[in-house]
Design a protein. Structure first.
Length: 276
């Protein structure tokens, strides 16, 4: 990549809103997002977004396509690869330093998933009920092939006791389960996720951190059992029903041919489960 192009790309990213937009599109992968969803997730006005998308597109960092009534924007991964390669080329004069020439492999490539166990992070707002249930259930149903984690955008700091009781009634160990921030898994030393799934609508519409490793992302909405009214028995029933719904969705997820599907096909299957 020519240095003039590098300067153009860096200049386009040297603005907070544009950087947020680009990071969001990178997280979404080749599928991209409609302009309206970008504006909603980042809480910026359509006019402001239009200006910044124009700048990013002019720099060659984003591209757009028409999809019916919507214009879909996506990151240009080839341009990003070129920038990363330029910045890391011949790092430390070839002396081993742990930094290699960086490249991104977006989900459109035909490489299948190939390693185990797969790490899957479940997100909700408070990380006290639904995401906790999902973490425990996938660790039980996954039989060592999947490792579940959970976190929240605004963690309450306390797991709902009925979530723990529900898991324990199913024979699932809840030792060490806690309510924690999703920033925990955006740190460089955090486990690298293969899948990140939001299980509440609020978390699905929030701007997430930048996840290392370009994990697949999807939304599976479930009713919030903590909102159930009535006596203790009614509340326990609500938690049981949500656990059952999550378990059913996970069973479908675990039955997918993870090792034979290419990444884009697998992503489409995982997202489709959210509409089942």
């Amino acid at each position: 990549m020519e240095i003039t192009n590098v300067i153009l790309l860096l200049a386009a990213l040297a603005q907070e809103t544009r950087l947020q937009v680009f990071r969001l599109l990178v997280q979404q992968g080749p599928g991209g997002l409609p302009a309206g969803q970008i504006a909603e997730q980042l809480s910026i006005s359509p006019a402001t977004l239009s200006f910044h998308l124009k700048e990013l597109t002019h720099a060659g960092l984003t591209q757009s396509r028409q999809d019916g009534r919507f214009v879909i924007y996506s990151a240009d991964f080839k341009a990003m690869d070129g920038l990363l390669s330029f910045l890391t080329q011949n790092c430390c004069a070839g002396t081993p330093c742990g930094v290699e020439s960086a490249t991104c492999h977006p989900l459109s490539e035909k490489a299948p998933m190939s390693h185990r166990p797969y790490n899957i992070l479940f997100l909700c707002t408070h990380n006290s009920a639904r995401s906790i249930l999902a973490e425990g259930l996938v660790n039980s149903l996954g039989k060592g092939q999947f490792k579940g984690y959970s976190a929240g955008s605004q963690p309450s700091g306390k797991v709902n006791p009925l979530a723990l009781d529900t898991l324990q009634s199913l024979g699932i160990d809840t030792t060490g389960m806690e309510s924690k921030s999703w920033d925990t898994y955006a740190m460089p030393d955090a486990p690298q996720m293969d899948f990140i799934i939001t299980v509440c609508d609020n978390a699905a519409h929030e701007a997430c951190p930048f996840w290392p490793g370009s994990p697949m992302t999807a939304h599976w909405g479930f009713p919030d059992p903590s909102l159930a009214e009535g006596d203790e028995a009614a509340k326990r029933t609500a938690f049981g029903k949500t656990a059952q719904a999550i378990s059913h969705r996970l069973s479908l997820f675990l039955s997918l041919p993870h090792d034979s599907l290419d990444r884009l096909s697998l992503l489409n299957e995982v997202k489709a489960l959210g509409e089942a």
